[in-house]
Design a binder for this molecule. Structure first.
Ligand SMILES: NC(=O)c1ccc[n+]([C@@H]2O[C@H](COP(=O)([O-])OP(=O)(O)OC[C@H]3O[C@@H](n4cnc5c(N)ncnc54)[C@H](OP(=O)(O)O)[C@@H]3O)[C@@H](O)[C@H]2O)c1
Length: 316
């Protein structure tokens, strides 16, 4: 066991860690868990690249971090995960500007959006949460290969319990759209992506970890109406009577743990929650990872589908 748990914070998890000389690339770093992960890692000496789709919001995030970590080494890069063209341009700039990435934290995400599509016609949640990160990661691999730590953290969610990946109709073209089924399938994809990365790149010393951060009040709920929020809370508390919100530093702790814990070295392709590796459990509504999210054949199928849809090619 890690010695950390549900209530551990980013600063507790990273206490005593020296991240100087390490470069961390975090998507969605202008808000919520991404900003806190950036702050905590910068406070341990890391050079943090904050990625987000809006330069003004990134500048505000940099200013907020510098208030508490005046010596923070921060860079920003704009990237919009809803556009393959934008992803290719942004990652090309990243390869010119930066020498390496030690830790890649694929943190950006949207939840329970209306039925919308990305610039490339993908359903918005699957397109942003999974396909955008898939394409971006492929383009950043040359930098990750040059890093020393070589870890990739993919933010998933307990919401992956809502649904497996629907390979037959990933964009809801032939069935009614359900915002929660869509979120669930995109978050299952985040776990399967970690499994797929591990299958292919463990041999090169690159390891990938999926993370459920907990329930934290951030901007993620922006697409929910008050009725949707009420229904979600009723669903959550009926399944988990002891449900409690985490603070943002508690929520970002598992990302920091998965990115740095020595006990995880060489052991990727797992799903972490509350600063430990979760057990496979197909019944629990209060924790654990569904077996469909760790299934190697589903991971392979998702990999092929994602390559076909995005045209992205990982180095072989
Ligand atoms: N909060 C929770 O309870 C919870 C629970 C389980 C899992 N998670 C996961 O944790 C991660 C972080 O969420 P959070 O709670 O910190 O939410 P948040 O505060 O809303 O942060 C999400 C970030 O993703 C960015 N983003 C959204 N769409 C993007 C796009 N097309 N291109 C680039 N960036 C984009 C947002 O940028 P803008 O500000 O520009 O929109 C924002 O910076 C998500 O993957 C989420 O699914 C959160």
């Amino acid at each position: 066991m890690s010695g950390f748990g549900w209530s551990s914070t980013t600063d507790e998890v990273l206490a005593g860690k020296d991240l100087s000389g390490r470069t961390v690339f975090i998507t969605g770093a202008n808000s919520g868990l991404g900003q806190e992960t950036a702050r905590a890692m910068a406070s341990r000496g890391a050079h943090v690249i904050l990625a987000g789709r809006d330069q003004a919001k990134l500048d505000e995030s940099v200013a907020a971090i510098q208030e508490t970590v005046p010596k923070a080494q921060l860079d920003t890069i704009t990237i919009d995960l809803t556009s393959l063209e934008n992803i290719r341009a942004a990652t090309s700039r990243a390869r010119q500007r930066f020498q390496k990435i030690d830790l890649l934290i694929n943190n950006a995400g949207v939840m329970a959006t209306p039925f919308l599509h990305t610039h490339d016609g993908f359903e918005m949640q699957f397109g942003t949460n999974h396909l955008g990160h898939f394409a971006m990661t492929a383009e950043l691999m040359p930098l990750i290969e040059r890093g020393a730590l070589k870890r990739i953290v993919n933010l998933s969610s307990r919401g992956h319990h809502f649904a497996p990946v629907n390979f037959d109709d990933p964009h809801f073209e032939r069935r009614a759209y359900d915002p929660w089924e869509s979120y669930g399938h995109s978050k299952t994809a985040n776990v399967l992506f970690s499994v797929g990365l591990e299958q292919r790149f463990a041999v090169m010393g690159i390891h990938a970890y999926a993370v459920h951060p907990g329930g934290i009040q951030t901007n993620l709920g922006r697409h929910m109406t008050p009725e949707m929020m009420e229904a979600l809370m009723a669903r959550v508390t009926s399944k988990d009577a002891g449900f409690a919100w985490k603070t943002i530093p508690q929520g970002a702790a598992t990302s920091c743990w998965a990115a740095t814990a020595e006990e995880l070295e060489g052991k990727g392709g797992v799903y972490c929650e509350d600063c430990h590796v979760a057990e496979v459990d197909d019944e629990s509504s209060t924790g654990g990872v569904r077996s469909y999210a760790l299934n190697p054949s589903f991971a392979d199928r998702l990999w092929k589908l994602s390559e076909e849809l995005t045209g992205a090619k990982f180095p072989s």
